[in-house]
Each structure stands twice: as structure tokens, then as C-alpha cells.
Design a protein around this ligand. Sequence first.
Ligand SMILES: Nc1nc2c(ncn2[C@@H]2O[C@H](COP(=O)(O)OP(=O)(O)OP(=O)(O)O)[C@@H](O)[C@H]2O)c(=O)[nH]1
Ligand SMILES: [Mg+2]
Length: 194
Amino acid sequence: MLDLNKTTLLISAGRPDQFPSGGVPQIVFSGRSNVGKSSLINTLLNRKSLARVSGSPGKTVTVNFYGIDGKLIFADLPGYGFAKRSYERKEGFSTLTDSYLTKCRDIALVLQLIDVKVGVTEDDRMMLAWLSHSGIPFCVVATKADKLNKTELTNSVARLCSDPDIGAAPVIPFSSLKGTGKDDVWHQINKFIQ
Ligand SMILES: Nc1nc2c(ncn2[C@@H]2O[C@H](COP(=O)(O)OP(=O)(O)OP(=O)(O)O)[C@@H](O)[C@H]2O)c(=O)[nH]1
Ligand SMILES: [Mg+2]
């Protein structure tokens, strides 16, 4: 069992040599800027403001690592696809993200966040294609589910499930506002850290 009370910010890494290594499984939170990565982390860990929820999108330019009970690490990636940093898109994602994803040997699972109202963006497709190619297991977390009514949500989730770039990956509807989907996300995480 994980003691969620023993959660700390390990490091806000701005350079690859600051990335934690050492065999503790890492769960990666990936998605465009403002999609709800930090909010998902706070919800999963029962915290109000452990991970900083951004007022202005695109602020996070570090990879923030949270240690949980010495047994698990959450890695909060910088959001991609924000206009102000669009120059990065030409060369793929930020060099920091790139170096993390390609060099970290401890990644157990990537949670790929997609705004359920916005759907899959071009940047998401680039990330999904990279994930499929990498062989790293990933799940899609469909964020901000509270913004849609029941029918809209069912339709949006069905669209995600049949998206060729998502393939057979699980799709979990989630709302940090209401807490819905929290147990399902934990269930997926637990499957990959045994
Ligand atoms: N309605 C609703 N709003 C949400 C939800 N989750 C996050 N938000 C809002 O979306 C905005 C961005 O949330 P963050 O968690 O900071 O998103 P992020 O992906 O970490 O953003 P960056 O760090 O900039 O990449 C904030 O204003 C949140 O309050 C949700 O489930 N429902
Ligand atoms: Mg964030």
C-alpha cells in the first residue's frame, strides 16, 4: 500500500541531469498546456495545491517530479502546443521533454491527457504516434468531463476509443472538479507498477 500522506516535490528539473533515476517506477503526465495535468496529480494525491495549477497556460517549463512514499514517482511534463512556445513544435516537443522520454528507464506508464471537449489535437497526434512507436504503455485520460452532459460525454469518449492514433489504449473519463474517474486512473497506475 502507498502512503499518500508521504508525498513531496522531489525536484523541478530544468535540465536532464536533474532527472531522478534509480529504479523507482515513474508515471508520466503528458498533454497540451492547460489540459489538466497538475489538477489530475492533485486529485490523485488528495492534495489541493501540491502541483501548481496554472492561471496562465504554458507556464510549466520544467519536469516536476513528485515522490510518493519512496515507491512511486509522478512526472508532470511541460504542456505542449501553447502558441507562445510554438517554435518548439517544429522540432517536436521541448528538448527537455524529449530527453526525458527517450532516456528515462523507469517509465512504467504514460497518462496521456486529452481534453474531452476539445478532442484530439495535432500536437496530441504527434505525441500519440510517438508513444505507439516507443512501446511505452499509455492510457488516455479524457479530462474536464464535467464540461459535457451525459450524452455529449458518451459520444466524445466513444470518438476517442475509435481514434486510430489511440488504438487499443484504455480511455478514462475524468474530472478533477468532481473527482470522477479518480479510482479508474489509480486502477490503471496500479496495474503497471506491480
Ligand atoms: N472544469 C474543469 N476545469 C479543470 C479541470 N481540471 C483542470 N481544470 C482547469 O484547467 C486549467 C488548467 O489546469 P492545470 O491542471 O493547471 O493544467 P496543466 O495541464 O497542468 O497546465 P500546464 O501546466 O500549463 O501545462 C485550470 O484553470 C484548472 O482549474 C476539470 O476537471 N474540470
Ligand atoms: Mg501544470
